[in-house]
Design a protein. Sequence first.
Length: 223
Amino acid sequence: MMMMVMHRLLLLTALLLISTSRLVSGLHFYLRDAERQCFLEELPKGFLVTGHYKTEEWREAERRYIENPGISVSMTADDNDAQHRVMNQKGAHQGKFSFTAGNSGEHTICVQAHGAQSGGWMSSSVVKFTLDVDIGEADDGGRSAIEKIKDISEKIKILNAQLEEIKTEQKYQRERELEFDSATVSIRKRVVYWAFIQLTVVAAVCYWQLRHLRRFFEAKKLV
């Protein structure tokens, strides 16, 4: 019983941590100038998607990727089931975007970089696109999270109270067992004591009877 309560307490603690967590994923890919890159996300209704991005252009002369403030980024998000565009945003070479899923289902998110210095598919210019996507419930001032935390906290309090009751009951049972063991030992001692007294009395009676019989026989001159 106690192990079951402790297991439920650990489970509720884990749920408390999960209820306050968000799904964060990061990736990077490579684009040519004006090339479009899309990916799918399965989103629940009402969830907020926030993306933080950064672009870096490959410079052959320096043999490394460097930031180019001249690059601009176009970002779109479409609800595939409803065939509705939920986001159409333009930004600088680094920044962020966000949108809220109006319906549950697949959403297509696309990004496109413009303004690389050596544009064109046949050129050697490549843009490294780094993207971190944060998916979580839409911000309602933290009210839903607070309600979840309160609900789980109440359940944890109830389980703690049950745990204390079990501890108290176990302590009482241990005390009863100690009392029973003490009483058993005392009874055994008394049984041995009275058995010894009874044996002593029986032996004394037998000895007296034997002496009395011997004197009787001697008085009658039978011995």
